[in-house]
Design a protein around this ligand. Sequence first.
Ligand SMILES: [Cu+2]
Length: 124
Amino acid sequence: MSLVIALALVACKKDAAKVAPTPTPVTAGAVGADGVRRVAIEANKEGYRPDRVGGKPGEKLTLVFTRTADSSCIAQLKTPDGKLVDLPMNQPVEVAVTVPATGEVGFACGMDMFHGAVIAEKSS
Ligand SMILES: [Cu+2]
């Protein structure tokens, strides 16, 4: 039990150390034939890579999640609109999301341990 707590503390410290990483640029990924930008996100034992996706306010995006680690933690994804979806191993799962006008919308693992966000970037 104490080992579990110790591991949890280590995980928390690691998270606290990476202070709000810079979101991916609003040009990350590739725009498909439908005009929707697709951004690939890997879900592994360390969480989501990238875990902060920048977009233009109101922009529609398709997040393409691929789980690459055999971990029950990330086997489910809580999407920005609150749905729980399964992430089978090595099988891309598309999640549609609209970038908010301001601020960010989050996604998380099914246990709410790992988090990521889609972030509205001011156009420059
Ligand atoms: Cu989890």
